[in-house]
Design a protein around this ligand. Structure first.
Ligand code: NAD
Length: 264
């Protein structure tokens, strides 16, 4: 299918590591202009290097998406560099792998900031421009936890549910201007290798990567009707579709990309 994404400009927050990295590489294959907006500049540059090998135009912007001023600066730099902005992919997320009662207020706040405020800040930074140009696609990466809840993920799940409700509500406000807003709800997508995650990835600094032994993955996969965990490409394929005009009549949806885990 011709997706028509060549020459379009996309900002991918959290684009340095794992799922975001896979999304960056997918847009590079489509010939898009890419901005990797990530707090981890070192890993961002590594991902950018791979992108350039595929012939993609890519800019790495060190950005903390929990900071609204930095999000505004990210959008200005993107438009100055590429002259346009067509797509925003909100992929930043964070979780502490512990029970609700074992987390501190600061930890809950980080989960809400990185999973929900980050989306509000980035959407606020792009939306005037998208309304003015009468087109735009916003895709936010949430989780099945935001639909059905998950053990050890209470505040994270609440923040992802907020992303879903925010996106549906805003889709009603801006559809008339040609702006589509959708959410993807993921099942478990472990990094394929340690090279795919930077120092700020929750898989590395949260220690999750090292807990994901082949035995653990095999056990987890049994909960999935398709009997495997996800890959970054599984998510990236859905993102490029939603970013394309082929998905022009889809808005306000929270679509699971999860091997059938949730079906909600
Ligand atoms: N991987 C999974 O199993 C899974 C499952 C469900 C949902 N998700 C969601 O998918 C998204 C991507 O997950 P992932 O596994 O790739 O995560 P990850 O932690 O591996 O990558 C997140 C990226 O965001 C960056 N980042 C963190 N805080 C930031 C900030 N404040 N500003 C800018 N950049 C920041 C990190 O440097 C990293 O590059 C997240 O929203 C996550 O909640 C992932």
């Amino acid at each position: 299918m011709e997706l028509g994404l060549a020459g379009k400009t996309v900002i991918i927050t959290g684009g340095a590591s794992n799922v975001g990295r896979g999304i960056v590489l997918a847009f590079a294959r489509e010939g898009s202009n890419i901005v990797i907006a990530d707090i981890d500049e070192v890993q961002g540059q590594k991902t950018a290097e791979l992108t350039r090998k595929q012939g993609g135009k890519v800019l790495v912007l060190k950005t903390d998406v929990t900071n609204p001023e930095q999000c505004q600066a990210m959008v200005k730099r993107t438009r100055d560099e590429f002259g346009r902005l067509d797509i925003l992919v909100n992929c930043v997320g964070w979780i502490y792998d512990r029970l609700f009662i074992d987390k501190s207020r600061e930890e809950w706040e980080k989960e809400v900031d990185t999973n929900y405020w980050s989306v509000i800040n980035c959407v606020r930074a792009v939306i005037d421009h998208m309304i003015a140009q009468r087109s735009g696609k916003i895709i936010s990466i949430a989780s099945d936890a935001g639909k059905i809840g998950e053990y050890r993920e209470a505040v994270y799940a609440g923040a992802k549910a907020a992303v879903i409700a925010f996106s549906k509500s805003l889709a009603r406000e801006v559809g008339r201007y040609g702006v589509n807003i959708n959410v993807l709800c993921l099942g478990t997508v472990p990094p394929a290798s340690e090279e795919e995650i930077g120092s700020e990835s929750m898989w590395r600094s949260g220690g999750l990567f090292y807990k994901m032994t082949p035995e653990v993955k095999e056990k987890m996969a049994k909960a999935y009707p398709l009997r495997r965990l996800g890959k970054a490409e599984d998510v990236a394929n859905a993102v490029v579709f939603l970013a394309s005009d082929a998905a022009g009549w889809i808005t306000g949806q929270a679509i699971s990309v999860d091997g059938g885990y949730a079906m909600a």
